[in-house]
Design a protein around this ligand. Structure first.
Ligand code: EPZ
Length: 423
């Protein structure tokens, strides 16, 4: 297994880096190719493990694809299998995104029930309840979801009890091939959901309310879609992570190929902490703060502060002058990075969903363990400023969602080496 060796920065970071395509936009869009009847080209794909996992799943189902780093050509014309097996789904929960499209296209599918993960139980009950409302028969046996429909799925009115990103995406894709109109109330509005709707809409699926919490999709009664080629939107969480790298080292850096509008809540919080922010149409520059103020954060659905940036801001709060409070409202166990930060000398107290961070304590380099994707990046950020050497282990978590993280940070002046545990 590999780990990252991070030496304390000797001077601030500087320079600029390009942000990759959004993993969480690419995953539903790759699943949506199941609805297609043509070969399509997807560009600006991030070169990360999760994308390769989903491409492998699509190939197991009968799709053909070629991948040239960030560009994939995919055809699902010869798709002839409908089973997403445990060994694939256990490595990536987002495989659940093939459930809606497979069921809509074939009338049956067998998808391994995704287990929980480090950050929480991660149920999919809302996905299943919505599909049943659309006429699906759902049975859970031996860890698999067995879904069938007699004829096409039927349009229905769905009200989600909770805002669910992949739940909304699954139902949008299922509704695209259903017979009749589907209304989704309390739909997710994340930019990644918006891009899925825009790509389907540009390909002839009638969708009203894109970008709002009420979506109305006119089904095509199983008529497959000529999906137009598209480019994945920039990854707002990767962008936010590098802005935090600039902030935690009190540096001036610029991130390019971003959509600043998707970063509003993150930029707002960085400014609250005292950092300067300059924007152009496709870039953001962060400027050092005279005095780094503590922060109060509540994670919530878009456009509020994203849960996927919570761990990174907790690392940032370690250098603030004062006490910060973080309330993690979306996931019940998304504080796995805390015990690792404590090993580095952080002063953090947990009480249910509330983390209290007393900033200003000296941080010491240590061996720490990544537990989930975003927690891993928080440990790397802390390692940039901790004295001595920090080794972040189990970085397969990191490689799921960050394209060449150490390469990009080293291009800004960091000193990070990817090492092999066994040596
Ligand atoms: C998506 O996960 C993202 N993943 C997550 O990013 C992100 O943290 C999350 O949305 C919230 O923004 C992808 O898009 C692939 P949810 P998702 O369904 O869709 C509960 C990352 O680091 N819920 O919006 O699985 C659920 O337990 C990952 O890139 C149900 O109760 O999240 C949670 O408390 C981590 N029943 C809340 O809703 C359901 O059927 C929001 O979950 C579905 C969800």
């Amino acid at each position: 297994m590999k780990y990252l060796k991070i030496n304390q920065l000797k001077k601030p970071l500087s320079g600029n880096i390009d942000i990759a395509g959004a993993k969480n936009a690419a995953l539903p869009l790759l699943a949506a190719t199941i609805l297609g009847r043509n070969e399509m080209t997807i560009s600006n794909l991030p070169d990360v493990a999760d994308i390769k996992t989903l491409l492998k799943l699509l190939e197991m189902l009968g799709a053909q694809y070629s991948l040239d780093k960030n560009i994939a050509k995919i055809s699902t014309i010869k798709l002839d299998k409908t089973t997403a097996t445990y060994d694939i789904v256990k490595t990536m929960r987002a495989s659940i995104l093939v459930l809606g499209p497979l069921l809509a296209r074939f009338g049956h599918c067998e998808v391994s029930l995704p287990g929980g993960c480090a950050i929480g139980q991660r149920p999919v009950d809302l996905h299943l309840k919505a599909l049943e409302l659309m006429g699906a028969h759902i049975e859970i046996r031996a860890g698999y979801i067995y879904a069938t429909t007699d004829g096409p799925l039927k349009g229905a009115k769905i009200v989600f009890d909770k805002v669910t990103v992949t739940g909304t995406e699954n139902i949008v894709m299922a509704a695209a091939l259903a017979d009749g109109e589907t209304t989704i109330i309390n739909a997710a509005k994340e930019p990644e959901v918006v891009q899925l709707c825009e790509v389907l809409s540009n390909s002839g699926v009638v969708i009203k309310g894109i970008g709002t919490d009420k979506l109305v999709i006119t089904g095509r009664n199983r008529e497959l879609i000529d999906i137009q080629n598209f480019s994945i939107i920039p990854d707002r969480i990767e962008a936010g992570t590098y802005l935090c790298a600039g902030a935690i080292t009190n540096s001036q850096i610029t991130i390019n190929k971003v959509i600043p509008e998707h970063l509003e809540s993150i930029l707002y919080k960085l400014k609250e902490m005292g950092f300067g922010i300059e924007k152009t149409q496709s870039s953001v520059t962060i400027l050092p703060a005279k005095k780094i103020k503590p922060i109060n954060l509540i994670t919530t659905e878009y456009p509020g502060f994203p849960t996927d940036m919570q761990a990174q801001f907790m690392a940032l709060a370690l250098i603030a002058n004062g006490t910060s409070i973080i309330d993690e409202r979306l996931f019940e166990n998304r504080f796995m990075h805390v015990s690792e930060l404590l090993r580095m000398g952080a002063d953090i107290h947990l009480n249910g969903s509330i983390a209290t961070i007393n900033g200003g304590k000296e941080l010491f380099g240590a061996d720490v363990m990544a537990t989930d994707l975003r927690a891993s990046s928080a440990l790397v950020l802390a390692g940039l400023i901790a004295s001595g050497e920090t080794n972040v282990h189990r970085i397969y978590h990191l490689d799921r969602g960050y394209e060449d993280l150490e390469g990009k940070l080293n291009a800004l002046g960091a000193d990070i080496t990817r090492c092999d545990e066994s040596l």
